[in-house]
Design a protein around this ligand. Sequence first.
Ligand code: ARG
Length: 582
Amino acid sequence: MLSGDFMKKFYKIIEEKISKALDSCGYQVEEVVVNESNRPDLGEYQFNGVMPLAKVYHKSPIDIAKDVVSELEKDSFFKNVNIAGPGFINMTISDITLIDFTNQNDYEYPKNNKLIFLDYGGANVAKSLHVGHLRSANIGEALNRLCKFLGYDTISDTHLGDWGRPLGLVILELSKRHPDWVYFDESFEGEYPDVEITNSLLEEIYPYASSKAKEDEEYLKEAQIMTTKLQNGVRGIIALWNKIMDVSKTDIKKIYDRLNANFDLYKGESDAERYVPEMLNYLDKLNIVEESEGAKVINVSLDTDKLEIPPMLLIKSDGGILYSTTELATIYDRMKNDKPDEIWYIVDKRQSLHFTQVFRAAYKSKIANDDTKLIFAGFGTMNGSDGKPFKTRDGGVMRLNDLLQLVKDESLKRLNESILDDRDEIAEKIAMSAVKFADLLPNRESDYIFDVEKFCDLDGKTGPYILYSTIRMKSLLKKAEEANVSYNKINIIANQFDRDVILALNNLDLILNRAFDSKSLNDITEYLYKLTTIYNRFYTENIILKETDELKRESWLYLTKIVYEVNKILLNILAIELPNRM
Ligand code: ARG
């Protein structure tokens, strides 16, 4: 195919043309960057890179720009090239270029050989998922899908919190309520009987035990002992822990399914524990572990630090291990077994210090080699209207399920009354689109405010708006097919509305790469909104199916098809599902 990667690389093609033009005029430039024009009256794209050349070549920028323009003018790729101000080059693309390239669209990215490991989700066993886990699942899943789309290999892991204090607390409380269970009898050697543990029981037990431990010092001590028993592998405690894991994981998976978050691995802190002795052994030989007040630590501060970074705690004075210990051991496991080129952590940005310490310890100890990128992609919180992390009416942490239900109820309320049979399924998809789009719309690091009405607004910058518009594209195409009107290519650019759609499509590759680099989905959600809105204007201005000029009608339908496909690709990256109708 001539240049089948038009949609993907439109900017790169212009940049290459400018590079060549500069080169043939005798100007050496390392990198050429072309942007969408902010003066559409002067051109569609602009190149502002001649200014720095003026100094190097002792020539006025305008003269350099003139040289470049006279080269570019020879190329029928452009309809118009002109100079604005002191030497900004504006370019407008010729119709034939846009038409040719639009007809050769192809969205496949070649495979590349890099493996990116994504750590997101982060649910805690025996504790219900809360709103804080929402963003990790949404952002992480979308980044995972984006990486795959761009040709990377990926492995996703939820990294369950399944080995620490919360489990000690839950198991302790179970032992208080059921002292008769043989799980707690350390002399018991038989097979453990079935006991009734449900998720709602766990959801009740954890908050109870957790607040009790805050008031009752004795209870807290007992919980610590229980945690140590678990970490030391006491047989009955491990057997009970396995039961809790089964029940809790099933529930966690259900919620992740609702959010379309799929993990290759459901590993957790407990899986890392296996590598702790081996890792400690390795670290011991390096002489980087220091004693500090009875604990073992790795010093990770650097002379250049403006704020002091405290040492990473490896082993507590009582011999217990911590979040940072299993974290480092997890990197040990991943580097040993999966050998990723990059590991991305999509975690609440308030954990940034923890990751700074662990990453430094990982590099210092060469558990991660220097060419492995450990990347902390921290995210902001979802807040209530008071600007503080979202709470229930009585001030508690809101369970994720309850939050999703709130949005589902709102979606059901708004759903077209004529939809009867698959009402629930459609409302579910709309609700998830509302939650996800709103969650992915702000920059990753920004906080945002939960506002169910705004999220569900069909006329706003929302998931439901995108779904509704995309379904309308689909039904237009279906109507054309039913009327036996075929659409295999675009023939002409009939008006500015058509042109705007094509120019918006040209930005796809740029947007995807920007999202990849920033590890934030806001460019994609904004783009999806923009493309959809530009398409909707095109749709209102052009009376498509009734158009008697067949060349025009075919072009319009074909453009509809491409926008429909791009929207589907982007929705899929965002892990948002399109309902059949709404
Ligand atoms: N379970 C943790 C929490 O709820 C998040 C885990 C994030 N991932 C990691 N590798 N530490 O806070």
